[in-house]
Design a binder for this molecule. Structure first.
Ligand code: ADP
Ligand code: MG
Length: 586
């Protein structure tokens, strides 16, 4: 205060001026095309938006000296070339309504204008109906005249000497090899997303890779290797509001880094913490802690339910219903990994505990296996469920058989029926009045916990279970600050956490509904969710995700053997839980 007061106010405060166009574009360019890879991504997306079926990329010096993309898309009319280079000029959206439903990759109308401001840009293009092509050049914000040019098809955009006129930006560029590495990765992301598009990548005159238009599997084999292809199972999970497809490697092929996790939302590559978490959890039972799964995953959902307008050029998205997306991805992957014939699950301690009947289920040809609950079973048919049940539990096996009686007239059969056994360590097989029911036990349990947490949170807060001895958890600076700032929220979630030392906090209570959890791991994840959503913004979804994380931690893990009584208890809880029958993965 004193320092401010002691300085006399200037009689002439600084004048407010409108920034010159070139400077505006140069500032914007820092965001849109901050490095060669970002510029390349914009150009490739433009080509795809133009319906290209073939893309040729040529780079010089890691893209710093040249980024050139040639496509066979619909082209740009000669008269519109100057507009293509103008800021906020786009052919892709025209209203806020269209922005909210945007399905093209680009829509800001900033990429070419930015490149025109910070590189020497040329665009040569021809449209289907035109007799000849046209060319335009721009540098330092000055756009030249449109000139006729010989050109057969599509568009060639060439950006030379990135940041030649903004030396401060240029200084931030890394070595040629590093910048090339980023460009290569951008091209691969697009190549995996659009296998039907032929692509080539050339660097300093050398062909680095090329791929014809092909199937996803073939492209994955070309770009991720034969080992990935050999271990990959196909994903196909059509849901009502959301669809998932792609390839996921079984745990016999893993990576030490996340370098082969290609996740796309509506065709756009994303790095999303929520999806990463769902993947980590889905593989948690079958991967060693320090190994990473490899996959190419496509999520498709109504564009109105996902916000891609978060940051230009950044691979961030925001889901309207994050919890549903998390659950959907988690369960779809788990299902794929547990598919019959896929030895994804960890080997069982007793291989004889698995029964592989020769008779098909319900007349189909799907092989299946069931973990026998009792005795030594040989081949069994489930064509006649009652007989199957009897054999499994010895209902009529004489006195002393303690399994529930299936057709006792006194007790009506509940909607989800009675448990028969556990399949693949993932599903509960049950029989009700109509036939057989398969229940994903983790999904069911998670949903039950989630709904209970939500109800408890909304009432008085999640009940806390004091720990006999507090647990010390080492946290980073951000998380230690969060613990202090969000103490009230944490307490409503069932956590009593207090600062302990410079680096640690003491956990004195945990949510009572989660008896056997990994406290440090869960606390860190819950703090992550809170941090992601900030205190003011989207408290609601931050809270839901924290609850969802807790539910996921607390839910039964795959391959945990449940007793028949536990399975029946789960089925009864499911019937009671509002909405548990509506899991969107079916
Ligand atoms: P945006 O992609 O956000 O619309 P850009 O600055 O990247 O903005 O491109 C501006 C316009 O130029 C696009 O809307 C499109 O009409 C046209 N355009 C750019 N690149 C191509 C291309 N390779 N083929 C056809 N049209 C293109
Ligand atoms: Mg664009």
């Amino acid at each position: 205060m004193a320092a401010v007061e002691s300085r006399p106010l200037s009689p002439n405060p600084p004048r407010i001026r409108v920034l010159p166009d070139l400077l505006i574009s140069q500032i914007a360019a820092g965001e849109v095309v901050e490095r060669p890879a970002a510029a390349l991504k914009e150009l490739l997306e433009n080509s795809l938006d133009a319906g290209a079926k073939s893309l040729d990329i040529e780079l010089l010096a890691g893209g710093i000296r040249r980024i050139r993309v040639a496509d066979d898309g619909h082209g740009i009319a000669a008269s519109e070339l100057p507009l293509a280079l103008a800021r906020h000029a786009t052919s892709k959206i025209g209203s806020l309504e269209e922005l909210e439903r945007v399905s093209s990759l680009g829509f800001r109308g900033e990429a070419l204008a930015s490149l025109a401001a910070v590189a020497r840009l040329s665009v040569v293009s021809v449209t289907a109906g035109a007799r000849h092509g046209a060319r335009i050049e721009a540098a330092g914000g000055e756009t030249g005249a449109v000139e006729p040019a010989a050109h057969d098809a599509g568009t060639v955009v060439c950006a030379d000497d990135l940041f030649y006129n903004t030396p401060a930006r240029r200084k931030f560029l890394k070595s040629e090899a590093t910048e090339f590495g980023h460009c290569d990765e951008v091209a691969r992301r697009i190549a995996l997303a659009r296998p039907e598009v032929a692509m080539t990548l050339t660097h300093n005159g050398r062909r680095v890779w090329s791929a014809p238009g092909q199937s996803l599997r073939a492209r994955a084999r070309d770009l991720l290797g034969a080992e990935f292809d050999d271990a990959a199972v196909e994903l196909s999970e059509p849901g009502e509001a959301i669809t998932l497809s792609g390839l996921a490697a079984l745990p016999r092929y893993t990576r030490h880094a996340r370098d082969q996790q290609y996740v796309y939302v509506n065709g756009r590559f994303v790095r999303d913490k929520l999806i990463a978490h769902a993947l980590r959890s889905a593989y948690a039972d079958v991967l060693h802690g320090d190994r990473q799964p490899a996959l190419v995953l496509f999520l498709a959902l109504d564009p109105a339910r996902v916000d891609v307008n978060v940051h230009p050029g950044k691979s961030e998205v925001r889901f309207r219903d994050a919890h549903a997306v998390h659950q959907f991805v988690f369960h779809a992957i788990r299902k794929a990994l547990a598919r019959p014939g896929e030895s994804a699950a960890a080997p069982t301690a007793d291989p004889l505990a698995w029964v592989r009947p020769s008779a098909p289920v319900g007349g189909g040809t799907m092989p299946w296996s069931a973990r026998a609950q009792q005795g030594q079973l040989s081949a069994l048919s489930v064509r006649e469920p009652a007989a199957f049940y009897q054999t499994l539990f010895g209902v009529n096996a004489g006195p002393g058989a303690d399994a529930p009686v299936i057709d006792a007239p006194a007790a009506p059969i509940p909607p989800l029926g009675f448990a028969l056994g556990q399949l693949h360590g993932v599903y509960v097989l049950a029989q009700n009045a109509e036939g057989l029911v398969l229940v994903d036990m983790h999904a069911a349990h998670e949903r039950i916990l989630y709904e209970r947490f939500k109800a408890a949170f909304d009432a008085a807060g999640v009940a806390a279970q004091p720990l006999l001895a507090p647990i010390a958890v080492a946290l980073g600076e951000r998380d230690r600050a969060l613990v202090e700032r969000e103490a009230a929220l944490l307490s409503r979630l069932g956590f009593d956490v207090a600062p302990l030392s410079e680096r640690e906090v003491a956990v004195r209570s945990i949510p009572a509904m989660l008896p056997s959890i990994d406290v440090p791991a869960m606390l860190r994840e819950v703090l992550d969710e809170i941090a992601d959503h900030g205190a003011s913004h989207a408290v609601e979804s931050g809270r839901n995700e924290a609850l969802s994380t807790m539910a996921c931690h607390g839910a039964v893990r795959a391959n945990r053997q449940l007793t028949i009584a536990e399975m029946n208890a789960l089925l009864r809880q499911m019937e009671e839980t509002e909405r548990s029958g509506q899991c969107n993965h079916g």
